[in-house]
Design a protein around this ligand. Structure first.
Ligand SMILES: NC(=O)c1ccc[n+]([C@@H]2O[C@H](COP(=O)([O-])OP(=O)(O)OC[C@H]3O[C@@H](n4cnc5c(N)ncnc54)[C@H](OP(=O)(O)O)[C@@H]3O)[C@@H](O)[C@H]2O)c1
Length: 289
């Protein structure tokens, strides 16, 4: 296998941590994970210099402004989520590096059904609009791109990174009942699974757009119930209307994903979402994540 250097932007983030753990354990692979202070993707000169000097084979862009801050500051949302990928795409195109753009499954609407790569986007939030704009920059500028739209991401572990699953286990401590939304649907996906699937796509050189999530879908309430059950906790979930959790962003009702492109590329999709979730929760509870 040829030597490869992987540059992961947004290096202090949750997904970046898991990507680093995966790729660092692979042979012939050097992994570089600058955080925002070392490499701000909105700084075009710094991005060009970094890609020129570090000569990565692949750049993985995990850096992003997430949902609520995007709604609060749309100008900043597009600066980070659209202009940042544009800078990276220019630098990768100039230096013949591949670019992996991490995008989101939250680009669709309220109809509850699985969405594939050929469904038209709906773009209900500033986050969705800015992430889709970032995809378009990457598609237009860098011919060697992978765009991964992720489902509901978890898997940061116990090392202090933000993680939905760890947060629910923490919330359940000393409680009999947890409220969770019955009218928001999605497909949970484990960050470690994202890393493995991305590695297979890179190995196959299968550039393109992919929906990446555990197979199947669930409501947020079913997701939380599965977390508690996997941890062996007796707390129960009360399914409630999402209006119980007021948010600035009008997120879509449905983020259930399926992938047609993985099938066309001959790459196996991820197992049922419950499988990886169960394994991850057991690791967390055992303190091994
Ligand atoms: N979390 C989810 O449920 C989910 C679902 C689908 C897709 N995604 C996508 O997955 C990716 C990773 O998400 P995550 O959950 O790992 O988020 P995260 O933990 O917030 O990581 C994102 C990182 O990007 C950094 N960052 C922000 N602006 C930057 C800039 N201008 N230059 C360089 N770094 C910058 C942040 O640093 P600071 O904290 O210092 O600002 C943060 O460390 C994102 O692209 C996100 O859109 C996430």
């Amino acid at each position: 296998m040829a030597e490869r250097t992987i540059l992961i932007t947004g290096g202090s983030g949750m997904l970046a941590g898991r990507l680093k753990a995966h790729f660092s354990s692979q042979p012939h692979t050097t992994v570089l994970t600058p955080g925002r202070a070392e490499l701000d993707i909105t700084d075009e000169d710094a991005v060009l210099a970094a890609v020129r000097d570090l000569a990565p084979t692949v750049v993985i862009n995990t850096a992003a402004l997430l949902v609520e801050p995007c709604e609060a500051d749309p100008r900043e949302a597009f600066r980070i989520n659209a202009w940042g990928p544009r800078n990276l795409a220019l630098a990768c195109a100039e230096n013949e590096a591949a670019l992996v753009q991490i995008s989101s499954g939250g680009l669709f609407g309220d109809e509850v059904r699985p969405y594939n790569e050929y469904d038209p986007v709906v773009l209900k939030t500033e986050y969705a609009r800015s992430k889709f704009a970032g995809e378009e920059q990457v598609r237009a500028i860098c011919p060697w791109h992978f765009i991964l739209r992720l489902g509901w991401l978890y898997g940061g572990g116990l090392d202090g990174r933000r993680d939905f699953v760890a947060a629910r286990l923490e919330e359940a401590k000393g409680k009999d009942v947890l409220e969770s939304a019955k009218d928001k649907f999605g497909s949970p996906v484990c960050a470690a699974d994202v890393a493995e699937l991305l590695d297979r796509l890179m190995e196959a050189g299968a550039f393109g757009l992919y929906h990446v999530a555990g197979a199947g879908g669930c409501s947020r309430a079913e997701y939380v119930a599965a977390i508690l059950a996997a941890a062996g906790l007796s707390a129960r979930v009360e399914p409630v209307d999402s209006s119980s959790f007021p948010r600035r962003a009008g997120v879509p009702a449905c983020e259930i994903l399926e992938s047609w492109n993985l099938g066309y590329a001959g790459i196996p999709g991820l197992p049922d979402w419950r499988e990886s979730l169960g394994a991850y929760v057991r690791h967390l509870v055992g303190g091994k994540a």
